[in-house]
Every structure is written in C-alpha cells, then in structure tokens.
Write a protein of this length. Structure first.
Length: 251
C-alpha cells in the first residue's frame, strides 16, 4: 500500500483547535492542523501538520501512546527541550517516552507528525506518569541537511543508521531529472516521506514541497524522479514491531 498526499490539497484547508496545553497560564491557544493522511480514512495511519502560531507558546513535556516521528519545519528561535529547533529537525519517540517542552519562537512553531495508529492525544508530565502502559524507550533526534548541501551519492543518505529493529531516518535528495530508489521498506515497519523542498514524481503522482507519502513494508521500494528544481526530502522508517502492533490492532 502506497499513499500520496499533496500539499496543494492539504494546505488549502485547516482545522483550528482550541488547546490549553500550549500555554503555561492555562489560556486557550489556537493550534492549526492540516490532515495529509487522516487516520479515520486509512485505518489509523496518520500524517498531519501542526502549527502553533503564537510567539513563545509552550507545549509541556508529554508522551503519546503510539510510536511517532515529528519533523520540525518552521519556527526560528523555537526549542525542543534545551535544543534549538532550527529547521529541519527530525525526532522519533517510542510510545510512552516523554519529550519536550516544545517552545515556540517569535513566529511560533510548525511541525509534521507521522504515526501508524490513531493516537489518544498528549499525556502531560509528570501528572500522567501513572498512565504509562510500558517503560519509556528511545528518543532519537537528528537534523536534515539543507537543500543547498550536495545531494548524496545515489540520492540516499542515512541520517540515523538502521537500528536492529529497523528504525531509521534517511535523507533523499537529487538534482533535476535524477531518479532515486529509496531504501527497501521491508527492512522496517512502514515509511513516511516528507518532501521539504523542490518536487518529485512517482509515476503519475507529482509531489511539491511539504507533500507526504506512505509506503508499507510489503511494498516495493519507492521510485522518485526529481522535478525541475531537484528535491530534498526526509524518509522516516518505523521499527518492525510498530507495524506488527498495527496489524494486530486491525484484527
């Protein structure tokens, strides 16, 4: 199963949510969400963009019940914990693994979230510690090189070398017209690709910047052709157990 979600469609609509968790003093803050892959339409698969536009907004340290990747794409001056969120930062968190706070910069912060299963929302720490269903696990964080950096040989660069369970993060990049074969999805538990600049083609599908794709472990490797301006993208690969958990939940 492959899914393609163009930013041309997804960014043309958004949902404004009222969320108190992003403000220290309990005020409501507007959080904008753009669904790229909606879990209610795709058996739990989820890809969406979150924008918290208010300067200095604070999302308290928290955890989620599902394994997830986050890709921070906008927000000069924003921070994740003590680390500066100069775009583009990629983070993986095992289920029940706290991270944060996420602190908005002068223009707030924006990021993409990728999951294999529908989530129950954020569990704020430390008051939600008793709700953890397992011990905290990994937090993995890396940085995607800017599009101005030379494309890697073959168009693929490991930013986080594959773990024993398949967890990995890759840069995919190429100059105009070049073809890139992504890493084989069978090595992990499902892949998401986020095009961060330029555009790519996959067959009849054209994906401009900020578009997403999903590739399941039983698919062939994704074949991408760089558009007129080349492209830069991040591919995140879930652990194999994440996919097995997803399959079990669908039975």
């Amino acid at each position: 199963m492959k899914l393609f979600a163009s930013s041309t469609v997804a960014m043309a609509r958004h949902i404004d949510l009222s969320d108190k968790s992003t403000q220290k003093d309990g005020r409501n803050a507007i959080v904008r969400r753009n669904w790229f892959i909606n879990p209610d339409e795709h058996n739990g698969l989820a890809a969406y963009r979150i924008e918290i536009p208010e300067a200095g907004s604070v999302a308290a340290p928290h955890f989620h019940m599902q394994d997830q990747f986050q890709v921070f794409v906008e927000g000069p001056g924003a921070k994740l914990g003590a680390d500066a969120l100069e775009p583009i930062v990629v983070q993986y968190a095992d289920a029940c693994s706290p991270y944060g706070p996420i602190i908005g910069g002068p223009q707030g912060v924006a990021f993409f979230v990728f999951r294999l299963m529908k989530d129950q929302g954020a569990f704020v720490m430390p008051e939600s510690r008793a709700k953890m269903t397992k011990k905290p696990g990994r937090i993995v964080q890396t940085h995607l090189p800017d599009a101005s950096q030379p494309a890697p040989a073959g168009g693929v660069q490991a930013l986080e070398a594959a773990h024993a369970d398949g967890l990995a993060i890759f840069r995919l990049a190429a100059t105009p017209g070049e073809r890139v074969t992504a890493p084989a999805p069978s090595a992990g538990g499902g892949q998401y690709v986020l095009v961060t600049s330029g555009s790519v083609r996959n067959g009849a599908d054209t994906l401009p910047a900020r578009s997403c794709a999903f590739v399941s472990p039983d698919d062939a490797a994704l074949e991408l052709v760089a558009g007129a301006d080349g492209f830069n993208a991040v591919m995140v690969q879930f652990p194999r157990q994440s996919w097995q958990t997803r399959l079990a939940s669908l039975q």
